[in-house]
Design a protein around this ligand. Structure first.
Ligand SMILES: [Ca+2]
Ligand SMILES: [Ca+2]
Ligand SMILES: [Ca+2]
Length: 436
């Protein structure tokens, strides 16, 4: 260390006091360094002036800050500041400051033995002394209304020398996340089919799978034309109906399911009716595809029937050149019977017609089109089996069957069926000889 003397900046202002500290310093510097006290310092106002601090002259303050990892816009934020004095001395005149991030509204500060105030989002807490101990300060605030990352930093200082200022500052980052609510809608109609001029109930189930609550939720249901609105039953929804549209709103839908039940009177004439409903919210929905639901149902009367045809192939797929059968199942769901029913089956052009078997039907075939008819077909079902031979070619066979009845068919959606059947080659198993 060489020649040194104190000039007033030392811990003491006279030579004797300095000597005491400096000797202590010399005696213990190596041990302090070995023990990992990098803050053990020598401070010089100018080259020949030495100020020596030893361990016993300091109060090492530190601060830690914690907050939530994430928060929703406008939600309550709680920050906890932990001030610590690692000693060895009591820290005098301690000041803690924390500047809240922009957009964060100060709520309050809670701290024992501190005097705190806030101005413009800057929180300052002071105390005359902090012994070798810890003390916590809790700050509450309101998160910004827009998503983003908010970071703020708190710091602590004291009149007493702090040998390590690196731990006197602490920050925390909070991610303000955008709220999301995945609403979805399903719809059930009862009964289906329904008689003309009869009660019909649509049950809509609105589900919020979150993760957050949905705000300002609106359900819009476009009723089918020709139904007569009866009423709507929905808990915690405000609903109205005008011009064939039912609207229901609610301020909030938590992560749960809610039902809206709409009753109407079915149309006065037969046919298929479509009801479409959609759900929207002011909260962003990550999946729009499930926000609409449609129900299609049929309306019948005593003089109508619902004929349907379904065709199946056996085998499927079929091997080249192999015989296959098309089985047509013809159904009348009633309630009326048909005096005459005709089924036409257009075979795939690639196949060779073999024959048709249908008990009680009169059938014929022309240019690959098989026609069958029968009289007096009441509610029930019947079967027509057509035999054909697959081609010696890799193709996809397309067969089309259609039923036409002499009675009014209230649901024409099922009057045609189209079936595709692949033609494949048989597997060839060749002997494999391996030569090493
Ligand atoms: Ca410190
Ligand atoms: Ca959705
Ligand atoms: Ca039909």
């Amino acid at each position: 260390m060489g020649q040194s003397h104190v000039d007033g900046c030392g811990h003491g202002s006279d030579e004797a006091e300095f000597d005491r500290f400096f000797r202590t310093f010399q005696a213990t510097v190596a041990q302090y360094l070995d023990a990992g006290y990098p803050w053990m310092g020598v401070f010089c106002a100018h080259p020949i002036t030495v100020r020596a601090y030893e361990f016993g002259d300091a109060a090492n303050l530190s601060i830690a800050k914690s907050g939530p990892a994430s928060a929703l816009p406008g939600s309550l934020l709680t920050y906890t500041l932990l001030a610590a004095n690692l000693g060895p001395l009591t820290a005098e005149s301690v000041t803690l400051t924390d500047q809240l991030p922009a957009g964060v509204a100060f709520g309050g500060v809670s701290a024992i033995d501190w005097i705190c105030g806030e101005t413009g989002g800057a929180i300052t807490c002071t105390r005359s002394a902090l012994g070798v101990s810890t003390s916590s300060i809790v700050i509450t605030a309101t998160a910004p209304t827009t998503p983003g990352v908010i970071t703020n930093t708190a710091s602590i200082a004291s009149a007493t020398f702090d040998p390590d200022t690196g731990d006197n500052i602490a920050g925390v980052a909070v991610v303000v996340v955008e709220p999301l609510a995945d609403l979805s809608l399903s719809k059930h109609v009862e009964p289906s089919p329904v008689m003309i001029d009869s009660p019909l109930t649509y049950t809509l189930r609105i589900t919020n799978t979150g993760p957050q609550a949905a705000h300002f939720v609106t359900l819009t249901d476009q009723l089918p034309p020709d139904v007569i609105f009866g009423g709507v039953d929905a808990v915690d929804w405000a609903c109205n109906a005008a011009g064939g549209v039912v609207n229901c709103t609610r301020p909030t839908l938590d992560v749960t399911t809610s039902s809206v039940v709409i009753t109407v009177t079915s149309p006065a004439s037969i046919g298929v009716i479509t009801n479409t409903a959609t759900i929207t919210s002011a909260t962003r929905d990550p999946t729009d595809a499930n926000n609409a639901a449609q129900s299609v149902s049929a309306v019948y009367d005593a003089n109508s029937a619902d004929f349907a045809v379904n065709v199946q192939a056996q085998p499927s797929p079929v091997m080249i050149g192999q015989v296959l059968t098309y089985t047509l199942i013809v159904t009348n769901a009633g309630p009326a019977a048909a005096d005459v029913v005709t089924v036409t089956n257009a075979l795939p052009p690639e196949v060779t017609y073999g024959g048709v078997a249908a008990v009680g039907w009169t059938c014929g075939e022309t240019s690959g089109v098989v026609g069958c008819s029968r009289l007096d077909f009441g509610p029930g079902s019947d079967t027509i089996v057509i035999t054909a031979t697959a081609p010696v070619a890799i193709v996809t066979l397309i067969d089309r069957a259609e039923v036409i009845a002499s009675v009014s068919d209230y649901d024409p959606r099922n009057n045609v069926d189209v079936l595709m059947t692949p033609v494949v080659r048989p597997w060839l198993w060749l002997p494999v000889t391996r030569r090493d």
